[in-house]
Design a protein. Sequence first.
Length: 108
Amino acid sequence: MTKNDLVNAVANHGLSKRQSSSVVESVFDIIFRCFEKGEDVKIVGFGHFRIRRKASRRGRNPQTGDSIEITARKVLTFKPSKGLKQRINAGAAADFAARRAASAPPTA
């Protein structure tokens, strides 16, 4: 799903495209500002975005084998909520059962 798809999905709930675009941009802007401040973003029923700090460490260049210094940095991690995991796995289980039933040989 792209940002444009998201705008269209919001527009399907009665808003104009311009209003939908404004809503989507505002939500992303709020989330970006939280990340810039170093704050976590937790959306109940969806998941938890967290900024982790990674310390500098020694690494190896795979082409030359030389030892290099990997600088300290921040990384964004996402942990899905229990409800999101259940929805995804429920859909996966249904897809698996449907594919299995379709490929099973007919019984007489």
